[in-house]
Design a protein around this ligand. Structure first.
Ligand SMILES: Cc1ncc(COP(=O)(O)O)c(C=O)c1O
Length: 394
């Protein structure tokens, strides 16, 4: 039997804990258990009909061949038009790239800019993938805990951790996992700091549309040109249009950054799936009614789940202003039971058949990430089961 030795650069890479939770749920289901999945970062809605029809039409028209590695001109134009409509900013097509999901966009962006030892500022809690990509690139993640600031990030907090090696700041608003929306003024001040200190800002806006009133969607694409030129806006159709499996994401950035990302993409995946690109044009240009329907449904679920979580003995839960996650602090439960959040998540899976993700996966020990991208009925049953386990734990 030969021994496989992985590359050194993967020594510190962990498998995605959110994907692991979904796989664990599938295993339990295969054993015949009724599992309630509040772990997945995935809309429970089907891709809207008009988008599916556009893909079918594209297939029937033979749109099944390679496209330019960075995406078709037609889709780039649709993205540029969409962003112009949303923000008033018109990006040239040389500033647009289409990738196989926001994840690939972010991967290509960081691979294209980081040298070994470069520091990347990441507010915690953070999406699990950010530090993994940074580590893969030989970069160093510098985390800024935001727990005591209501998960808000300010330019001051960033300024305190800057070093001569700082190169990139990542913001993600609305945030996965906290659901926090960073105020436009705070984003502007962060962009100003980046401009003053020769830093680059990555704004991951994959939940951009899922913001609950009175909060309003805000994109760093609407910053003034002198700030915007240092910003890479990363977007995705996955959540907005319930298109997770279609793998369409995009970035808007300095044309030289986009050119480097295109180079990386041309030697890795090449173009994102051709007929999915044509469907994406329909998503961006067609009726937006489904987005409003999904947003209203998420809001109704949020309005139910947050008070229900806050009422659990030993739990506290702030109101998320965006995305579709609740992020309760369950340290009271954990202290009483003498366990860690990962143990609690494991016991919830095995004993209550509810999938959640432990906060420590996102750099926030003592929390749980609970996705409400599930039916209200399932959410209710899930919370009942969580409550029952908390009671059993004493
Ligand atoms: C914060 C954040 N960014 C980016 C992504 C990437 O999504 P996709 O690759 O499906 O576009 C996700 C998906 O969960 C996410 O939560």
């Amino acid at each position: 039997m030969v021994t496989f030795r992985r590359a050194l650069r993967l020594d510190h890479m962990q498998s995605s804990s959110t994907m692991a939770a979904t796989a664990a749920a599938a295993r339990l289901r295969a054993q015949g258990h009724a599992v309630i999945d509040l772990g997945a970062g995935e809309p429970d809605f089907d891709t809207p009909e008009n988008i599916r029809q556009a893909a079918i039409q594209a297939l029937n028209e033979g749109k099944t061949r390679y496209t330019p590695a960075s995406g078709t001109t037609e889709l780039k134009q649709a993205i540029a038009d969409y962003i112009a409509h949303e923000t008033g900013t018109r990006y040239p097509l040389s500033s647009v790239i289409v990738s196989a999901g926001g994840k690939q966009t972010l991967f290509n962006a960081l691979v294209s800019i980081l040298n070994p030892g470069d520091e990347v500022i990441i507010p915690a809690p953070y999406w699990v993938t950010f530090p993994e990509i940074v580590a893969f690139c030989g970069g160093v993640s510098v985390f800024i805990p935001t727990h005591e600031h209501g998960f808000q990030l300010t330019a001051d907090m960033i300024e305190r951790v800057l070093t001569p090696r700082t190169k990139v700041v990542i913001v993600n608003s609305p945030s996965n996992p906290s659901g926090v929306v960073i105020a436009p003024d705070a984003i502007r001040q962060i962009a100003e700091l980046c401009a003053a200190r020769d830093l680059w800002l990555i704004s991951d806006e994959c939940y951009y549309k899922f913001v609950y009133p009175p909060a309003r969607p805000f994109s760093a694409a609407s910053l003034p040109p002198e700030l915007r030129e240092r910003v890479l806006v990363s977007g995705s159709l996955s959540k907005t249009y319930a298109m997770t499996g279609w793998r369409i994401g995009y970035a808007l950035a300095h044309p030289d950054w986009i050119a480097e990302m295109t180079k990386v993409q041309s030697h890795s995946t090449s173009n994102p799936t051709t007929f999915a690109q044509w469907a994406a044009i329909e998503a961006l240009r067609g009726s937006q009614a489904s987005v409003a329907t999904m947003l209203a449904e998420y809001q109704a679920r949020r309005d139910w789940i947050v008070p229900a979580l806050a009422a659990l003995p030993g739990a506290r839960c702030r109101q998320p202003e965006g995305a579709f996650y609740a992020f309760p602090d369950v340290s009271g439960v954990l202290e009483r039971a003498g366990i860690r959040d990962v143990d609690f998540a494991q016991r919830l899976l095995e004993e209550a058949h509810v999938v959640v993700t432990a906060g420590s996966a996102f750099g926030a020990d003592g929390y749980l990430r609970i996705s409400y991208a599930n039916s209200l009925e399932n959410i209710r049953r899930g919370i009942e089961n969580i409550h029952a386990l908390i009671k059993r734990l004493g």
